[in-house]
Design a binder for this molecule. Structure first.
Ligand code: SAM
Length: 186
């Protein structure tokens, strides 16, 4: 349903940003890859990724159980056995082959980002996480939200991201509000 609360609550642009995530992530994985989708929300990605992956391969975690429930309804009946967990990052994360963290780090402070990245790299050898990249001034993104270096929506300088343990590189990512994907390896 266009405009449903659980679609708007994760930023709207349901089809577009779901597909964008799917196209990006599937470039790094096969159908057998165990994917942990941290801050998976209402399964904007999961509803596309769960059917694509083999059974037992998808785990989604989010702080908001209502979004997880709404996501399960979006997914509908499935034989893929996805697991959905309630957790507030930073928290211990279950083992996976890849951790995907989309549009979380703009909502939590840098110390929590650092701790979440640590836990993600303890859980999986490859971590892909989005950031708003910016310097020390507020930035208007896609005419929709303003990001700041010191409050929500948080942005982070390229040099700060590069000092995080395991940092490999930033990737091109055509997100409508200019989120960038950073790659980390254990
Ligand atoms: C902008 S939404 C993105 C959701 C999903 N990744 C997507 O792109 O559709 C941010 C999500 O982060 C979740 N969230 C916020 N703070 C969190 C935390 N500390 N731990 C886990 N999830 C959190 C929210 O419940 C929400 O689902």
């Amino acid at each position: 349903v266009k405009g449903a609360w659980h679609r708007e609550a994760v930023g709207g642009r349901w089809e577009e940003v779901g597909r964008l995530q799917f196209d990006f992530v599937t470039h790094f994985i096969s159908r057998e890859t165990r994917v942990l989708d941290v801050a998976c929300g209402s399964l904007r990605l999961g509803r596309l990724l769960v059917p694509w992956l083999d059974a037992w391969r998808y785990v989604g975690l989010d702080a908001n159980p209502d979004l997880l429930s709404a996501g399960l309804k979006e997914l509908g009946r499935t034989d893929r056995h996805p697991a959905l967990l309630v957790g507030v990052c930073p928290c211990r994360l279950p083992d996976a082959d890849v951790v995907w963290i989309h549009a979380l780090f703009d909502h939590i402070p840098p110390s929590d980002v650092e701790a979440t990245l640590r836990e993600a790299l303890a859980a999986a050898p490859l971590v892909l996480a989005t950031f708003f990249v910016g310097d020390d001034t507020p930035v208007l993104r896609g005419g929709a939200v303003v990001t700041y270096p010191n409050r929500e929506y948080w942005h982070h300088s390229e040099s700060w991201i590069a000092t995080q343990p395991g940092f490999v590189r930033l990737h091109e990512y055509s997100h409508p509000l200019e989120l960038t994907v950073a790659e980390f390896r254990a």
